[in-house]
Structures are given as structure tokens and as C-alpha cells.
Write a protein that binds this ligand. Structure first.
Ligand code: TZP
Ligand code: MG
Length: 222
């Protein structure tokens, strides 16, 4: 499902195009400013998660973020606002469980966008596997202050068990992942590391991103 840009790589003899399965470092941020900075710092997969932006600013913020990400050929996922993601040709959409009732997954699929879905435990995971999204987010792994979570942290043992459940759909771990916990999370076999505060609350976010990219890219290159 994942490709570096929207076009399929041409295949002269019918060989399958190479796919980039790993999402790698996957920052989740809440503004166009952050999207711009992350792209400049070399991030290639990221999510724009606007939860407090006034309605009248949403479309401008989202469309500009998509245009920018597409210039960089980065994979930008738009949280929640799937119609705007389609309208402005985002790489993908990220939806939570509560969005699944309203969002039209078929329309998203037919528009050629990738889809990521959040899960918070075994039951949700089993249900989401049936939807065959582009990736599944598994969370929250550790305690987090970024989002109020009604459930308990999943922890690393469960994360490993979820990984063992299926290998077809790429997975992303999210929730409370600090820079010092990245190695342990990567060791569980996930395909991406989603982070908010480890990047946005860092004293030097650019340096933090550089360190994280080096670590995560090195892991997936092995
Ligand atoms: N979904 C599950 S946990 C979370 C989201 C959006 C917040 C993750 O933020 P942090 O700061 O990386 O714990
Ligand atoms: Mg949502």
C-alpha cells in the first residue's frame, strides 16, 4: 500500500513495484508550522492531528500542509478530516474507532488514499484487521499526558502479542513513547513509532528528530 508518492512505480515486465512497508519515525503534530519544520528536518511520514483548530481555519491549514508534504513527497496522514484529505490529495487519512461509523472507507479507498486506524486492545484490533487498512496504530503503549485515555496502557508484552497476531498489515506503536523507550518498542517488531510530546516538547526538537530518525532508520535498514 505504501509508496513514496501517489503514482504507482511503472512496471515494464509485470514485476510488482517495490513498496515501503515501514512507516519509520511517525510524528503526530497539531499545526502547519510543525508539519513544515518536520519536513525540513527530513521526516518522511507524519500526521496532522488538528483537534483545537477553529473550523474556519481547518481547510486552509490542511490544504497547505498537504501541498507542502506533496512537494517533499512525504506521506502525510490527515487525522479525522477525510473529506478534506481527499479533496486536497493527501497521502492518507488516520481515523479513530469513533470515526469508523461516519467515515466512508470505500470513498477513501476509491480516492486512492492510504488509511490508518487506531486500536486500543485486542477486540478493536481483531475488528480493524477485517477492514484491511494500510496500517494499524496500537496504543497507548505507555502512560501519556497528550491525550486522555479511558483505557490502561497496553505495555510491551501486549504489543508483542498483537504483533504475533498478524503480519500482513503494518503496525505503528503510539502513546508515551519517549526517546529512551524507542529501542524497546522497536524490538517488539512494529513497523513505525508514532510520537507527539517526545518531539514537540523536546528542548531542541530538531536535534531530537535527527537522533530519532537516525535510530529508527538504522533499525529498519537492518
Ligand atoms: N493516541 C493514542 S496515545 C496518543 C494518541 C494521539 C497521544 C500520544 O502522545 P505522546 O505524547 O507521544 O504520548
Ligand atoms: Mg478521530
Amino acid at each position: 500500500v505504501f509508496q513514496p508518492d501517489h503514482k504507482s512505480a511503472p512496471s515494464i515486465c509485470g514485476f510488482p513495484a517495490l513498496k515501503i512497508r515501514s512507516l519509520g519515525l511517525y510524528p503526530v503534530v497539531d499545526s502547519l508550522d510543525w508539519v513544515r519544520k518536520l519536513l525540513q528536518w527530513g521526516v518522511t511520514t507524519l500526521q496532522l492531528r488538528l483537534k483545537r483548530t477553529p473550523d474556519q481555519q481547518l481547510e486552509a491549514e490542511i490544504s497547505q500542509a498537504i501541498d507542502l508534504a506533496n512537494c517533499y513527497k512525504a506521506r502525510l496522514f490527515i487525522n479525522d478530516h477525510w473529506q478534506l484529505a481527499i479533496k486536497y490529495r493527501a497521502f492518507g487519512v488516520h481515523l479513530g474507532q469513533e470515526d469508523l461509523e461516519d467515515a466512508d472507507l470505500k470513498v477513501i479507498q476509491q480516492a486512492g488514499l492510504a488509511l490508518g486506524i487506531s486500536t486500543h486492545g485486542y477486540a478493536e484490533l481483531l475488528r480493524v484487521i477485517q477492514l484491511a487498512p494500510s496500517y494499524i496504530a496500537l496504543g497507548h503503549i505507555f502512560a501519556t499526558n497528550t491525550k486522555q485515555m479511558p483505557s490502561k496502557p497496553q505495555g510491551l508484552e501486549r504489543l508483542k502479542a498483537y504483533q504475533a497476531l498478524q503480519q500482513d498489515i503494518p503496525t505503528v506503536a503510539i502513546g508515551g513513547i519517549s526517546a529512551s523507550k524507542v529501542d524497546k518498542v522497536l524490538a517488539c517488531g512494529v513497523d513505525g513509532i508514532a510520537m507527539v510530546s517526545a518531539i514537540t516538547a523536546a528542548g531542541n526538537p530538531q536535534q531530537r528528530v535527527r537522533q530519532l530518525l537516525a535510530k529508527v532508520e538504522c533499525h529498519y535498514a537492518q
